[in-house]
Design a protein around this ligand. Structure first.
Ligand code: PRT
Ligand code: ZN
Length: 295
């Protein structure tokens, strides 16, 4: 593999992989996979893709085997806290998918009144670094019991009193007689990078990729909103449009007191927003998706 190609590590299969592949695809990149399915090559830019287990990604990026990677914030943060690397990988940006929470969970019958209830208890987790930091900040002395999987069964097996695990819907905890009691980390997929300066060419590729990712993320929520409205309502309408910069105001043929308003809204446009616009006198309101954006 050439030194000039930017190397990105993504999860081969699991809860991060669909989002990671989709993101790269939305950036206009198509990946041709090697026969071993461990390595891919991007056609449009000098980028190589390594398909690996998510747990390996922070290390690969920290030691320079890969330049960048996509991983859960939970895994990136745990690596930073627990692995004690000299120069851990740094988080470049949040990517808005694979959202979940790392949560402390206790048996349902516990009357939870705060973290002090965990004093002297044993907590099973795959995230000892994050769990210990949370307990320390809460001033609680408890023991963490490291488990690599099936953390939720630890209390039933009397391996631990409580757990600290990833929660999405909460169904797994519920099925195991546990309830979430405190959030340790709100997580989503993040882009991480090696701390060292990239060579000139690699930096250019990295900058181009970053610009595209920013564009994809910005356009996910963004909408192009158009409407006709009384000229007098312009100010009130601008205030209602979520995350919009100054809108474009256009003359309407044959109407002196009405204008057309066009705006890019960077935040979600809900039905309630449309109802508010309507009540301010807007009509013919259109909300259109935006495919690409570049600042
Ligand atoms: O094979 P590999 O090591 O690559 O994958 P993995 O099995 O270790 O990880 P994977 O694919 O399960 O998760 C990758 C990342 O997705 C995690 O590090 C999180 O950042 C994120 N993520 C999002 C989740 C979940 N949602 C999730 N629900 N990771 C795990 N879970 C598990 C959780 O551990 C628990 O067992 O799902 C269960 C809880 O789900 P609910 O819906 O019942 O609450
Ligand atoms: Zn894993």
């Amino acid at each position: 593999m050439s030194e000039k190609r930017l190397r990105i590590a993504i999860q081969k299969s699991g809860r991060l992989s669909d989002g990671s592949f989709e993101l790269l695809k939305s950036c206009g990149l198509s990946i041709s996979r090697g026969r071993d399915n461990l390595y891919g090559r991007v056609q449009e830019l000098p980028i190589d893709v390594l398909l690996v287990r998510d747990d390996d990604i922070p290390e690969f990026v920290a030691d320079g085997a890969c330049d960048i990677g996509i991983v859960g914030e939970n895994v990136a943060e745990e690596d930073r806290l627990a692995a004690k690397r000299e120069e851990p990988a740094v988080v470049v940006m949040k990517l808005g998918f694979s959202r979940c929470k790392l949560m402390l969970a206790a048996p349902k019958e516990w009357a939870w009144d705060g973290p002090s209830l965990l004093e002297g208890k044993r907590i099973a987790t795959s995230y000892p670094g994050l769990t210990s930091r949370f307990l320390e900040l809460a001033g609680v002395k408890a023991t963490t019991v490291m488990m690599n999987g099936s953390v939720e069964i630890a209390p039933r097996l009397r391996i631990a009193d409580a757990v600290c695990d990833i929660v999405s819907t909460g169904a797994t905890l519920d099925a195991n007689g546990l309830k979430p009691v405190a959030t340790v980390l709100e997580s989503e997929a993040v882009l991480i990078r090696n701390v060292a300066t990239f060579s000139g060419e690699k930096q250019q590729v990295f900058d181009a990729l970053l610009k595209r990712i920013e564009g994809v993320i910005a356009s996910r929520e963004a909408k192009y909103v158009m409407m006709n409205a009384p000229r007098s309502a312009l100010e009130a309408i601008t205030k209602v449009l979520p995350g919009a910069e100054a809108p474009t105001v256009l003359e309407l043929a044959g109407a002196r007191d009405k204008v057309a308003i066009h705006a890019v809204c960077r935040e979600s446009v809900f039905w309630t927003t449309l109802e508010q616009l309507k009540s301010l006198g807007a009509s013919a309101i259109l909300v259109l998706p935006i495919e690409k954006m570049m600042a």
